[in-house]
Ligand binder design. Sequence first.
Ligand code: ARG
Length: 283
Amino acid sequence: MVRSTLRWWRQLVLALSCLLLVIACNNSSPTSTKSASSSSGGSSNPTVTTLKVATDPTFAPFEFQVGNQKQTQGFDIDLINGIGKAAGLQIQLQSMRFDGIIPALQSGNVDAAISGMTITKKRLDVVSFSRPYIKAGLAIAVQDSNNSVTSLADLKDKKIAVQIGTTGAAEAKKVPGAQIITFDTSDLPMRELGNGNVDAVVTDAPATLHAIKTGSLKGIKIVGKLLTQEYYGIAVPKNSANLEAINKGLDTLIQNGTYDKIYQRWFNTKPSPLPTSASAVAA
Ligand code: ARG
């Protein structure tokens, strides 16, 4: 009788402690997910208060310099300044050659880059990108008098000018027998075309269209279809802790209408909706 009561008590204690264990486990799981999410929220805290941003300001209307003061302006510049404001970060622009931008991000010499830079799979191997901020694509430009070129194939054995390190340069390299002439800046290939020193330029359509529209380039036209569909993103060192703040700033500008205003200012039209992930659009 005493024994069986004892056994009964033991069983009760065992059952209760099992119950306590289950409750404890249940309790601990929400706490652990909470702490995980708050730590990922923590990474949205930028590591800097001044964001050093690289750009190659030879690419109107995205980034270019005007006047004696060499003030840098453009769509990208308005956008990054807006992002800085939304994210509480000072923006400090640093001009450099386009083909120096990725190395500068890799070495940590700059915190970010906005330079009409296409999100590509190859670049995603070495840097991270914000969500896409504009859609673009490559086009062929020739002199007005040229009626023999409408596609890349027509540029076989011809002279093509490109900016070094760009997607346009990579595309031009695919043309069999073509002589590719590379330039450090984005405006020089166009000038060469205008002067008749090359047969064509392969570069981003919005840049060529802008040059034609503003009259900064005369006697030049775009031919054929767009060669590619590309999206530009803001590049940062791989997995930079500043990426989340940049993306949040960009989200804010898209949601509160500032993005549309900036787009309207430089392209005089309404933007089309943007995808939200860099990896989904990598060219
Ligand atoms: N979108 C092209 C690329 O990413 C060309 C960009 C050129 N930008 C510039 N600022 N020069 O390769």
